[in-house]
Structure formats: C-alpha cells, structure tokens
Design a protein around this ligand. Structure first.
Ligand code: HPA
Length: 237
C-alpha cells in the first residue's frame, strides 16, 4: 500500500522512527547505527530504512526541509504506516547566547512564523508541544549518556534567509533556537494522538555567527543519535 511519496508496504516501517531532514543522513544513520537495515523508500530519493538497534526494530527516514515537506511525510507515516513515535533529529541555529554550538537542544515546544496550523480552524494560537513521555525518555537517555542539553522552545521557521532579523523578537520570548520542521511534526502527531519529539545539535549561532567545525559536528551528532535511539527503543518490546 504505497503513497505518492512512499513506496513502502505496510509493515515495513517500525512503530518508532527517526527523522533527519537529509535523506543521506538517514542512509548514514542506517549504515552506522542500525543492524540489518533494509531500504523501504527511494521515491524522490527520500531514503527510508528499517533495521535493529540493540535488537529492537526501528526506522529512519529523511523528511526534506520545512513544514510542508515533513508535514507530508509524517502524515503518511502516521496514517498509512501506523507509526506511533516520531523523533526528529536535526540541526538548529541558536538564538540565545547561553546555547552554544555543538550542544543538544530538546524542543519542549515549537513556535512558527508559518501557517501550518491554519488548517485546524482554531479560535486562537496553538501551542505545539513535544510528547511528554518521549521527552522524559530522551532526558533520561541524555543524562545516562552524560550528554548535556538545553530543553525549551524552538522556532520552526518557514524562512532560512530573512530580510530582517526577526529572530531577535523570538529570542526576547526565550525561544532557544531556529529550525524548520518541528511545528508541523508536533501538530500532525497531536492531531493523530501519537508521540513526537525534536532533538537537535546546534550547528551555528545566529547571535555570534559562529559555526560548528566539521569534527565537532560529528561528536554532537553522535550524542544526539544515542539520545534519540535510546529514547525511541525504550518504548519497544
Ligand atoms: N535557520 C533554520 N534552520 C536551521 C538553521 C537556521 O539558522 N541552522 C540550522 N538549521
């Protein structure tokens, strides 16, 4: 039972999935963190794999960039493939002096400058949040692994390049960092009654202009992956 964007058969995708933006990142995760990984999707090169982590079944798939793209893929994963736990693993740009490049950020909540939630016709402003259970599992995993992190609000922006420094107004509200996908993921999960969480490594600081050097990028990435994988499988038999 394929969709226009995913050629997997039902049953080929695990109930827990990690979602990097970059499909080649999904391939890298499958090859370096999973055992017996099998590719289930190649449509639009949005690679997806299912394998084992510590003997437990888990999937990983790219989402592309932005709320429209992750909105499509996560909707199909939830509604067509029965996925129950979706963990976005990505990078973000820090907008707080206190949140340094290379550190982990967990998105307790996601704000947006986009229109994704307009579809629900809500009579106010929706507060998109992570699933508490997944967040708690990720916090536990990060602490056990000795990985320091900051947990708080992120901004899921529709804009990467902006004419004006809008990030300053979000920073003034205590928002930690900018990325582009969590709001849509959290909305889709909430609407369907499934669990979602976003975990990030800070790849750059929008405050200082500093970017993470390549070698440290790898360490931050590994810390994030360990945290996400441990959290994901903590719910699997
Ligand atoms: N903006 C949006 N997404 C990002 C950024 C950014 O500055 N850095 C890493 N992901």
């Amino acid at each position: 039972m394929a969709t226009p964007h995913n050629e997997a058969e039902r049953g080929q995708i695990a109930e827990s999935i990690l979602l990097p933006g970059d499909p080649l990142r999904a391939k890298f995760i499958a090859e370096n963190f999973l055992e017996n990984a099998r590719c289930f999707n190649r449509v639009r090169n949005m690679l997806g794999y299912t394998g084992l982590y510590k003997g437990k079944r888990i999937s990983v798939m790219g989402t592309g960039m932005g709320c429209p793209s992750i909105g499509i893929y996560s909707h199909e994963l939830i509604h067509e493939y029965g996925v129950k736990r979706l963990i976005r693993v990505g990078s973000c740009g820090s907008i707080q002096e206190s949140v340094k490049v290379g550190e982990l950020v967990m998105a307790v909540g996601a704000c947006t400058d986009g229109s994704y939630a307009h579809q629900y016709g809500l009579p106010g402003t929706y507060s998109a949040t992570a699933s508490y259970g997944l967040l708690e599992a990720a916090v536990k995993a990060a602490r056990a692994g000795g990985h320091s992190f900051t947990a708080g609000n992120v901004l899921s922006s529709d804009l990467f390049y902006t004419e004006t420094p809008e990030w300053k107004q979000w920073a003034a509200m205590g928002v930690l960092a900018i990325e582009m996908e969590s709001f849509a993921l959290y909305c889709n999960a909430a609407r369907a009654g499934v669990d979602a969480l976003g975990i990030f490594t800070v790849s750059d600081s929008i405050v200082t202009g500093e970017a993470l050097p390549a070698e440290e990028r790898q360490t931050g990435f590994t810390d994030m992956m360990e945290t996400a994988l441990e959290a994901a499988v903590s719910f699997t038999e």
